[in-house]
Ligand binder design. Structure first.
Ligand code: NOJ
Length: 499
């Protein structure tokens, strides 16, 4: 299981209202208690923060708002002492427009780094091609200084690097080495499917004219670039891992980014972010993932992250549904990713128009983590950079840790159960017949098996499972015996009963 930390919102230790690296280090004991194997930390590098850290102006330094390089070293060492691996968020497709590379590149057509980015003349119609940027508008900005356009698949403050230039490849490999030498265990790689590009930058087909480029860009050049990255990471001792964000909708296309075991170890699969809470839809998603990833590409499962509404909010806010979703997420075949605070059952904050800061409208899910029930919720200030999520007086670490019935304890129990069951860790998954509202599957290895039943409906339903079974965990903390029925919204893990 990999736990995503969005550092601005995890815990502030300085009183500026923004979380920092020392805040993460201070809570490693909590993460260990919860049962976290690895953390992925969203970008904390120097950044003008146009996209809150995904616009980097120095990959090899920590932004002062988050601390110092020494704080990063302390976090990495402290996590390792706690048995937690550390993945950094590496953003290879674009830099900040304030990065010295881009400052040089835009300074003149003859600048030494001109070709490190994509500069093109416009066409009579305007932009050099018809690509659209992720946050709206064309993917090109005209720069008066040199009379050409530059490419940015995200904000104009995030110019795309030209990975067709070997100097760029070399410079970005040096960034990986810098952090691997500081003993990080790997990287979550931001929109890695975008790095290879046809230098002709051809128009996308007219019928896709207004579709944002990020969801459809799939260029064969990317694979060779990822293989080089993989070789570099593999050349370091120990087990290092690369997880790529491949923001394509088609799972068989995502599959290609695992290569022949020589590209990504894992690629995100965002299907669940758009899957309604209905058994038929989930059966379909699991079927697609099993079919399209096959045996050799290890799946990933994500219900929430810093780019989407939290799943509790998305699925209607019910406690029962978020508990059942936890059982599902932590029993599927593949590596689950948790987004900080989902273990507390958090919903998105309601952010008034004056407090909105994100150009992509993603503030709600990025609300700060409430640690205590006090008015400042364990932060040094009452008023952090974003408002608190709803019900922070009850949904906070202190209260939930003290309440064995809280969703936090369900997550912890599920993680413990998963760790000790080979079937749940790496067994096969087989969908089972079940009543329409129920998602049922078996996880099995030679020596171990579990059955998972999730009632996605609103009424109690009887489910017949051959053989004798005991409950290992129920999403309903009052249930501890399998009696052949699932209450509305209940999910259970069963293990073979004593004969
Ligand atoms: C994906 C990241 O998850 C998102 O937060 C960011 O805005 C874009 N990539 C651009 O880096």
């Amino acid at each position: 299981m990999i736990y995503q930390i969005y550092p601005r919102s995890f815990l502030d230790t300085t009183g500026d209202g923004v979380g920092d690296l020392a805040g993460i280090t201070a809570r490693l004991d909590y993460l260990r208690w919860l049962g976290v194997d690895a953390i992925w930390v969203s970008p904390f590098f120097r950044s003008p923060m146009a996209d809150f850290g995904y616009d980097i102006s120095d990959y090899c330094d920590v932004d002062p708002v988050f601390g110092t390089l020494a704080d990063a070293d302390r976090l990495i060492a402290g996590a390792h002492d706690a048995g937690i691996r550390v993945l950094l968020d590496w953003v290879p497709n674009h830099t900040s427009d304030q990065h010295p590379w881009f400052v040089d590149s835009r300074s003149s057509r003859r600048a030494s780094k001109r070709d490190w980015y994509y500069w093109r003349d416009g066409r009579r119609s305007g932009t050099p091609n018809n690509w659209r940027a992720a946050f709206g508008g064309p993917a090109w900005t005209f720069d008066d200084a040199t009379g050409q356009w530059y490419l940015h698949l995200f904000l104009p403050q995030q110019p795309d690097l030209n990975w067709g230039n070997r100097e760029v490849v070399h410079a970005m490999h040096e960034v990986l080495r810098f952090w691997l030498d500081r003993d990080v265990d790997g990287f979550r790689i931001d929109v890695v499917h975008l790095i290879g590009k046809d230098p002709a930058l051809p128009d996308q087909p007219a019928e896709l004219g207004s579709v944002d480029r990020v969801g459809i860009h799939d260029d064969p050049r990317t694979h060779g670039l990822i293989r080089e990255i993989r070789r570099l990471v593999d050349s370091y001792p120990g087990e290092r891992v690369i997880v790529g964000e491949v923001n394509l909708h088609d799972t068989s296309a995502i599959r290609t980014y695992y290569g022949a075991g020589d590209e990504l170890h894992m690629a995100f699969n965002f299907l669940p972010l758009a899957t309604p809470w209905a058994a038929g839809d989930w059966r379909q998603v699991i079927g697609v993932v099993e079919r399209d990833l096959g045996r050799d590409a290890w799946p990933t499962w994500v219900l929430s992250n810093h780019d989407s509404r939290r799943h509790r909010t998305r699925l209607g806010g019910s406690e029962a549904v978020s508990r059942a979703a936890a059982v599902l997420l932590l029993t599927l075949r593949g590596t689950p990713f948790l987004f900080q605070g989902e273990e507390l059952g958090l919903e998105d904050a309601v952010v008034s128009p004056e407090r909105r800061v994100d150009p992509g409208g993603r503030d709600g899910c990025r609300a700060p983590i409430p640690w205590t029930a006090t008015p400042t919720h364990g932060w040094p200030t009452v008023d952090p950079w974003l408002p608190w999520p709803p019900h922070a007086e009850a949904r906070n670490v202190q209260r939930e840790r003290a309440d064995p019935g809280a969703i936090l304890h369900l997550y912890r129990r599920l993680l413990a159960v998963r760790r000790t069951s080979p079937a749940l860790r790496h067994g096969d998954i087989t969908l089972l017949d079940a009543p329409a509202a129920v998602l049922a599957f078996r996880r099995s290895t030679h020596e171990d098996q579990r059955v998972v039943l999730v009632n996605l409906g609103e009424t109690e339903v009887e489910v017949h499972v051959d053989g004798r079974w005991d409950i290992v965990v129920s999403s309903d903390s009052a249930v501890d015996r399998w009696d052949g029925a699932l209450r509305a919204g209940e999910a259970v893990i069963l293990q073979p009963g004593a004969a």
